[in-house]
Design a protein around this ligand. Structure first.
Ligand SMILES: [Fe+2]
Length: 300
């Protein structure tokens, strides 16, 4: 006998041939079938289905199940406004990246993980700003354009940019840094162009002092992320883009512990001898140059 669960899906429920595990899975899925939001019914039903399949296939023991609950309890205990262990667990399991991959609109620049250090209150600075402000680090001239799927410039686009400092730390990790260090928003020109002066980013490790760190250690997994810049690109009428750019040649590019590196996001990072740019920023040549064209998909 088949019972309709949600639109387009049916499942076996009462046949004597149905196993005890299938019957239990079916019962749990149906318990969500009358949710007021059909999407909630679908998502929770599928979550139950796949979690049950995991338990069955792995032959999960009671001791292992209890260890899982202990892991979640420890994750909750260490989670705060500044630090989310569940988000980190999602990252190291590749779930955050999988959500990026399946929700990626056609034709746009690949998205990547947001990470834990974005600041909504980042300051709007003039296009062409110098973010280095006397601090240590190799100077990098980062420039590019924001375009649509036809390569036409998008007007009124905005860049939200952040990275770690020469010591590998973000401001949230380093009391000696100004909260706005090496981060800003920039309104692009009418032709979609933008540029700024910043420094070379550095690889860093994810936090290892919590249950996720213990899991990574027990699994003998890499704890490092390759060097990267974070960028959010937005423009009215277009799907917003959350992504990262990875300088070519950075360590850990092929073993990012949060699986954020995508084809198309690894960019040239090369010496530049442009005297006019050097004079504008008051820096010596050669400096490093990175150029990138962000492509946004239209909404709808
Ligand atoms: Fe980061």
């Amino acid at each position: 006998m088949k019972t309709t669960f949600f639109k387009g899906q049916t499942m076996q429920t009462t046949s004597p041939a149905v196993s005890k595990t299938d019957a239990l899975t079916s019962e749990v899925m149906q318990s969500f079938a009358h949710a007021t939001d059909p999407r909630l019914a679908q998502v929770m039903g599928l979550l139950a289905k796949h979690l049950h399949a995991f338990v069955v296939e792995s032959k999960l023991t009671k001791e292992e199940w209890l260890r899982g609950l202990t892991f979640l309890t420890a994750s909750a205990a260490i989670t705060s406004e500044e630090r989310n262990e569940f988000s980190l667990f999602s990252d190291i399991m590749g779930i955050s990246s999988m959500v990026d991959v399946v929700s990626q609109p056609e034709g746009g620049t690949p998205s990547s993980v947001l990470g834990p250090f974005h600041n909504h209150d980042s300051r709007l600075r003039a296009n062409g700003s110098d973010l280095t402000e006397g601090q240590a680090g190799d100077r990098v001239w980062f420039h590019g354009r924001v375009v649509d799927a036809d390569g036409q410039p998008i007007q009124n686009a905005q860049i939200d940019f952040w990275q770690n400092a020469d010591n590998g730390l973000y401001p949230a990790q380093d009391p000696d840094q100004d909260p706005h260090n090496l981060r800003c928003k920039i309104a692009c020109e009418a032709n979609g162009s933008f540029n700024l002066l910043t420094i070379r980013p550095h690889p860093y490790t994810v936090p290892t002092d919590g249950p996720v760190g213990a899991l990574l250690a027990a699994s003998q997994r890499n704890i490092w992320r390759p060097a990267h810049y974070h960028v959010i690109v937005s423009a009215s009428g277009y799907v917003g883009l959350v992504t990262e750019l990875f300088p070519e040649g950075s360590a850990y590019l092929t073993e990012d512990t949060v699986f954020g590196v995508r084809p198309g996001l690894v960019v040239d990072f090369k010496p530049c001898h442009d005297a006019a740019v050097a004079q504008r920023f008051g820096i010596a040549t050669p400096f490093l140059e990175m150029s990138f064209e962000f492509c946004l998909a239209k909404q709808g």
